[in-house]
Write a protein that binds this ligand. Structure first.
Ligand code: GLU
Length: 396
């Protein structure tokens, strides 16, 4: 059989691939430490699980519900997004999807025509370019590096702008770098987008996970002129340890939200009602677990930065959000590691998995060769042990 061109030409998700490999090796009894997928190691808070249990016992949850999401959940999301963004959203502007990833896919499918360009600052999360291409769009990467703390500037974005530029993907806190844009830079980027009629797709999935002096800023809050062409994407996965429940959303101007709901009506229908009930409880119930998890991530962040910085040849920009560190391994490439000549971060990731039983995602996956992403959303013991293994292999 011949696969369709769109599938042949698309990359499988490297984050999911690394995670699947690490989990399979672990299941086979290998002592693998997985720094791969960004997935909190905590259990979903008990009150959320209890809400799902009650929903599972309620016949209404056994039936179809509105395609774009249960009205109660959409109201809650509209109110929360209005509060964080300083805009006035109502439930007609919210589409509940099967995770933030699916919400993003809905956005690109509903927004882009063939040939439309979308500026994507790099390092970028693996699924943006592939989803843009699936929708017929053209991802245009704008490289950033440790020098600028992985923050894109208006000048860089302007240099990438063409007649075909339709949208910008703006992510803060960033996956994979953990960078958080200061409010002034967010405002400047939003003003630039508004001036040129460029849509902003802003992924706020890590909004609750910021550390130290950094603060989360929603782009429309500081750039109201961009609001009418901004789509906010978020979900419960990262803040509430709910990656497997698959509840995310997009908040968009009404016409675009209707377009996304139309797409969902033909493709998936409603998100699992039990998962939606869990999301309602997550967003409206006690928030203590969110803060406890954030504090644990903060501790691990400091641990990761400290121990990685101590490895000769590895340089680290301190992340201020999400749960990733994105060190440069350039200083340890192009030399022998564990008896192999290691030229690239892709090869280094392979050697680390084979010889140190440590799974991380090579920078190539994020459009940033020479780097690698380490998720610190795992236990302190595993984190310490994993970085010790990396150090031992590189220094051995
Ligand atoms: N967003 C997470 C990550 O980057 C989950 C995996 C994925 O969906 O790619 O690891």
């Amino acid at each position: 059989m011949t696969l369709a061109r769109r599938i042949r030409e698309m990359e499988a998700s490297p984050t999911m691939a690394v995670d699947a490999k690490a989990k399979a090796l672990k299941a086979a009894g290998e002592p693998v430490i997985g720094f791969g997928a960004g997935e909190p190691d905590f259990a979903t808070p008990a009150n959320v699980v209890e809400a799902a249990r009650s929903a599972a016992l309620t016949p209404a949850a056994h039936r179809y519900s509105p395609v774009g999401g249960q009205p109660v959940l959409r109201e809650i999301v509209a109110a929360a997004t209005s509060a964080s963004s300083g805009q006035d959203y109502d439930l007609s502007q919210v589409v509940i999807a099967n995770g933030g990833k699916h919400a993003l896919y809905n956005v690109f499918m509903s927004l882009l025509d063939p040939g439309d360009e979308v500026i994507v600052p790099a390092p970028y999360w693996v699924s943006y370019p592939e989803q843009i291409k699936l929708a017929g769009g053209v991802p245009v990467a704008v490289a950033t590096s440790t020098d600028s703390g992985f923050l894109a500037t208006v000048d860089q974005l302007e240099a990438a702008r063409t007649e075909r530029t339709k949208a910008l993907v703006f992510v803060s806190p960033s996956n994979p770098t953990g960078a958080v844009y200061p409010p002034e830079q967010t405002a400047a980027i939003g003003a630039w987008a508004a001036e040129h009629g460029i849509w902003v797709v802003t992924d706020e999935i890590y909004e609750r996970l910021v550390y130290g002096d950094a603060a989360f800023t929603s782009l429309p809050q500081v750039a109201p002129a961009a609001a009418e062409r901004t789509i906010i994407v978020s979900g419960v996965a990262k803040s509430y340890a709910m990656t497997g429940w698959r509840v995310g959303w997009a908040v968009a101007p009404p016409e675009l939200a209707a377009g996304m709901a139309k797409l969902q009506s033909q493709v998936t229908s409603n998100v699992c009602n039990i998962a939606q009930a869990a999301a309602i409880e997550a967003l409206t119930g006690p928030q203590t677990a969110v803060e406890e998890m954030r504090q644990a991530f903060d501790r691990r962040r400091r641990l990761a930065v400290e121990s990685l910085s101590a490895i000769a040849g590895v340089s680290v920009v301190e992340p201020e959000g999400a749960f990733y560190v994105f060190p440069s391994f350039e200083g340890v490439l192009d030399r022998q590691v564990a008896g192999r000549h290691v030229e690239t971060s892709l090869e280094l990731a392979d050697v680390l998995l084979t010889d140190a039983k440590v799974a991380l995602v090579p920078g190539e996956a994020f459009g940033a060769p020479g780097y690698a992403r380490i998720s610190y959303a795992l236990s302190d013991e595993d984190l310490t042990e994993g970085i010790e293994r990396i150090a031992a292999l590189l220094q051995g």
